[in-house]
Write a protein that binds this ligand. Sequence first.
Ligand SMILES: Nc1nc2c(ncn2[C@@H]2O[C@H](COP(=O)(O)OP(=O)(O)OP(=O)(O)O)[C@@H](O)[C@H]2O)c(=O)[nH]1
Ligand SMILES: [Mg+2]
Ligand SMILES: [Zn+2]
Length: 337
Amino acid sequence: MIGRMDPVHALAGLGWRADLPAAQAWRDAPEGRLARVSAQHRSGYEVSDGQHEFAVQAPAPWTRKGFDPELRAVVGDFVRLHPDQDLILEWLPRSSLFRRGAAGEQRRVQAIAANIDTVLVVTGLDRDFNLRRLERYLVLIHASGAIPVLVLTKLDRCEDAPQYRDQLDAIAATGVSVVMVNAKDRASVAQLDPWLGAGQTVVLVGSSGAGKSTLTNTLLGREKMKTGAVRAQDSRGRHTTTHRALLTLPQGGCLIDTPGMRELKLTGVEDVADLVFDDIEALALDCRFRDCRHHREPGCAVRAALESGALDAGRFSNYTKLLSERLDRNSRRDGSR
Ligand SMILES: Nc1nc2c(ncn2[C@@H]2O[C@H](COP(=O)(O)OP(=O)(O)OP(=O)(O)O)[C@@H](O)[C@H]2O)c(=O)[nH]1
Ligand SMILES: [Mg+2]
Ligand SMILES: [Zn+2]
């Protein structure tokens, strides 16, 4: 180890913390070299050991067809490298994993990022804004082990911020922080500093064109990521970012920028009812029948809330939609094993 920096010390700026499961695993077996996955390619990975960023190979089994993608390393993973070859031996236990059901295919799950403390859901205050999609993100984040924060961008172009704020009332009432920013303005994005301190890792998710890379650049203080204009008629981006990238921030923490997501499916393990739709669950406790399905049963508190306007119909129908999607994905998962 002569001439080499203490591996744990070197990772201090890369979101490493003594309380992480990875840190415990490393203390138990401090063998090989320690690094964090900063990017993922078809043929291998890029990692950083806190001093250098370099390409490494994946273990042979990971590259075999049919290998469970969740057993491969993902961006944000802390990995053990071979002592003298640029080869990953294993990924260390994770504190969190943000995943979604992969677009198109029925059963596949895509891991997006590991060991993240906060998921920043980035949405434009324009045609990108979609409450139902935000609820879907929240259900996925709740299952990840990370905390959600909603980041509404393009505040400088928005003429009706209070109206958007009102729409987010039900979500904010569940304890989710909502931050509105001009992603191009340093003073404005400083509102995110509480989540970006030393030892913290955040991942930015959202549709293409929402402003993830713009926000990344402003937080970094330099134009690291490419950004692209959106279409005027529907505020959609052009999928400018094509790879996930983990970057260290001057604020002390780490940030993962990701490509815009077209589709956001549940994986089948999410608990839809808990937390994200707490308000509906609380109402259901007052239904006359324990197993009320909130259709036409007498004494249904959910129906009553819908009729009085206390519960938004769009929110309720998204809740039932997500519940049945979860059931459907879950039975497919079971059926495949
Ligand atoms: N005025 C203004 N423009 C913004 C803001 N945030 C993003 N933009 C613009 O929105 C467009 C899309 O921004 P990007 O940062 O490329 O979006 P992205 O989320 O990274 O998109 P993908 O990489 O395609 O997923 C660019 O033209 C940005 O300049 C903002 O807060 N205010
Ligand atoms: Mg981008
Ligand atoms: Zn009911």
